[in-house]
Design a protein around this ligand. Structure first.
Ligand code: THU
Length: 140
């Protein structure tokens, strides 16, 4: 079992709240929360479209939300997927690049959890760094 701080628990709970608003047509619900440079938490959910490629993942939605409020650097990200997702969840490649573009540094923590009966299942929280998940990021 991974130990997480109270602040990290809060980040996961905010991501869980955002997941409820996900607009899902063919996939599963995802929620994200980012801790931004102003110390505030910005959330996002995935929004799907019947037109392939038009939807947005929860992580990029949350980061866009932070940018909209004047934050261009994030310090931590929490992600939650609904229990219907069968795989071990992790941010997709596109989101990892986006997280890299808006991260304070490559050591930022990414917490990933799976929802269980409407609640975050903390024993299944996976804690990685951006560097673990994206060891060779694209930088200009
Ligand atoms: N999705 C996310 O929101 N974040 C990810 O990192 C991976 C995938 C969304 C996209 C789609 O709406 C749903 O999950 C199922 O693939």
């Amino acid at each position: 079992m991974v130990s997480i701080t109270e602040d990290e628990k809060k980040l996961l709970q905010m991501a869980t709240g955002a997941m409820k608003n996900a607009y899902v047509l063919w996939g599963f619900k995802v929620g994200a929360a980012v801790l931004a440079e102003d110390g505030k938490i910005y959330v996002g959910c995935n929004v799907e479209s019947w037109v392939s490629g038009l939807g947005i993942c929860a992580e990029r939605c949350a980061i866009n939300h932070a940018v909209l409020h004047g934050n261009r650097k994030i310090k931590k990200l929490a992600l939650i997927v609904e229990s219907k997702c069968n795989n071990n969840p992790a941010p997709c490649g596109a989101c990892l690049q986006y997280i890299n573009d808006f991260s304070e540094n490559s050591k930022i923590k990414i917490l990933v959890a799976k929802e269980k009966c409407g609640k975050v299942s903390f024993p299944t929280v996976n804690v990685k760094t951006l560097e673990d998940l994206l060891p060779y990021p694209f930088r200009k």
